[in-house]
Write a new protein. Structure first.
Lengths: 217, 217
């Protein structure tokens, strides 16, 4: 039985897809149309009671929250594909440190920019230009800290590509492609080199090819 | 050499303290006065460039983000004290699922309530009553989902106490004590029983005794 990943068109599920490809784990995808509200259907809420994507079903084993799913598959298949957790407990600790940074500091302003710039007109809301400006400033400060870190370390957790770097792929791709804010990455020398490196990985290129983003305003 | 934990008076560092006590790991604490802005001192920023607490120093090994620190110590000392990660990779996956739920869905509204209700006058801004009402509604919806989960499962990750439950202790203690919103817990039968269980653990009682919260507004 092959693991099913729900909602492949969207950003958060893409963290799971690129992780499964890196780990050489077969999967199927199940579309969920957020604009039609399919994530709020009673059938979907039985799987994922918070009504968000992704959720995975692996036989009887159901998991949600993209970063939890990534951690599970990276650990379960540690001995095949790319090692995304580091070799020692200390290396994994650093992966966890930077994966939490992504979740707590990078993702919130990035997610706000995504909703405001890419989704507002589809959701029938006016853009909040103050909120956009504020979010871009917050994201800029986080990227300055990344610039310092990446001037000393090839990848965020150390000298190896890990879940911490991978987790940034989907929303950062929106930033540079659909939001017209590539300058935020390109103006920072080490962040720029890191972005070129991680986004050119064959696993990520395959995800972009197979599961196109559904929208831009 | 004993691990040092910075900022013990505050909520996020208390996740780390209760975890270390459960794992029977010795530690020292280093005070950080947020109201005096000590978290923005150049010396502190060298350890934790985002200027938040906690950070831990274990000899030369420095880690930040409380949930990353929890995962590291729970894994490193898996064979001693309480097992906070489950026995199998699948059990750990469920722990990660619910720890991500805490971080992504529970924490944001409860953090907003904490800042607005407990710290606004200390930080010099007026309470935003709309924001408080909105945050309480968001938190209530999350607690409704917890009520359903805990009607089927003794703890969030399964039939065992884990990092997923532990992570809720510090801010929920603020909710029931200092914020006067105990009714949010008590009005939900299974959440109430779960809260009594986890908050009466000797490890948590010890943290409350040794590191009282800073005084409120």
């Amino acid at each position: 039985m092959v693991v099913k990943v729900y909602g492949p068109a969207y950003a958060s599920p893409k963290r799971v897809l690129v992780c499964l490809i890196e780990k050489e784990v077969e999967f199927e995808t199940v579309p969920v149309d957020l604009l039609k509200g399919e994530h709020k259907d009673p059938e979907y809420l039985k799987l994922q009671p918070f009504g968000t994507v992704p959720v995975t079903q692996d036989g009887d084993y159901t998991l949600y929250e993209s970063r939890a799913i990534m951690r599970y598959y990276a650990e379960k298949y540690k001995s095949q594909g790319t090692d995304l957790l580091g070799k020692t407990v200390e290396e994994r600790g650093l992966v966890e440190n930077w994966l939490e940074v992504e979740a707590q500091s990078y993702n919130p302003p990035m997610f706000t920019l995504t909703v405001q710039i890419m989704l507002s007109s589809k959701l029938g809301l006016p853009r909040d230009e103050n909120l956009i400006k504020e979010s871009e400033e917050k994201l800029g400060k986080v990227l300055d800290i990344y610039e310092e870190r990446l001037s000393k370390s090839k990848y965020l957790a150390g000298n190896f590509f890990s879940l911490a770097d991978l987790s940034h792929l989907p929303f950062t791709q929106y930033l540079v492609d659909h939001m017209g804010k590539e300058y935020m990455i390109k103006s920072r020398k080490h962040v720029s080199a890191w972005w070129d490196d991680i986004s050119s990985r064959p696993s990520w290129q395959k995800v972009l090819q197979l599961y196109a983003a559904p929208f831009k305003n």
